[in-house]
Design a binder for this molecule. Sequence first.
Ligand SMILES: C[S@@+](CC[C@H](N)C(=O)[O-])C[C@H]1O[C@@H](n2cnc3c(N)ncnc32)[C@H](O)[C@@H]1O
Length: 309
Amino acid sequence: MISNHHQSVMFNESIDALNIIKDGIYIDATFGRGGHSQGILDRLSDKAKLIAFDQDLSAIEYAQDKFNDPRLTLIHSPFAQMHGIIKEMGLSGKINGILMDLGVSSPQLDNSDRGFSFNNEGPLDMRMNQTSGLSAAQWLASASEEEIANVIYEFGDEKKSRHIASRIKRFQLEQPLETTLQLANIISEVIRGYTKKHPATRTFQAIRIFINQELKQLSDTLEHSKKILAADGRLSIISFHSIEDRIVKRFIQKHSRQKSLPKGLPIFDQAIEKMPFKDLGKQFASKEEIEFNKRSRSAILRVASKNQL
Ligand SMILES: C[S@@+](CC[C@H](N)C(=O)[O-])C[C@H]1O[C@@H](n2cnc3c(N)ncnc32)[C@H](O)[C@@H]1O
């Protein structure tokens, strides 16, 4: 049976952060199962618009089936293409807020045929967008041992990356590496003994991030948000691991800190450069939410507001 349940993380905090204008135009960059989208729609008037993206066709099909709201436009696309699409819609510079709830949804993790989970046997796929690109199995078959080790180290912070990559290549000499449990078992043979998390956690995360180009997607979209957002438009971004959060943090800091001005100039000669964003800080999930939904434990919400330039 296909599971469609996804518990939205930091639901109120992330939607409050959008500071919703009733008649505004908003983007949910990561529709998933539409929890946040519904929350945004509930605060909008009949004149408002919500444009929702997801690169996973099953998320869009779910939305087409369950959401019948004329204010909602669904787009099956990676969010990194948002800028071109919004421009074509004539809405560049008119968006009042963008919400991003990064990473994978529970249905993606829970449906074993998607290949994201090291606990359930399934094809080693891991693509959010199954209509394009290489599956994890195809990539692991074509990449060199060094490339694999680098990805596992860079995106998973896995100290045993070289050892794992070498075991993967040795396994492939005997038989094709095609399933999630084959990969999880290879990793468990390398990382023995007690670990708090499953030994395959970091490697699966790394391969998933690489296969879906998650970090590039995120940094490109942050850059594009400067053109997409209207004055006072908000960015509300939930991330779940430190590499992602660092990208968001650095982007907001870089675009909100006043550059130091040349010393010694009289104040009226100093060109005061206005920065594109105001940093509105970060928040974590409440204790109550963490108790109720373990996934929220690692969530960090960062918020910024676009300045009038
Ligand atoms: C954590 S879930 C979002 C859950 C959603 N906020 C809810 O309340 O149901 C993340 C979703 O974003 C999608 N996604 C992740 N990266 C994406 C990208 N670069 N472009 C488009 N969709 C993406 C995934 O396919 C997944 O469905």
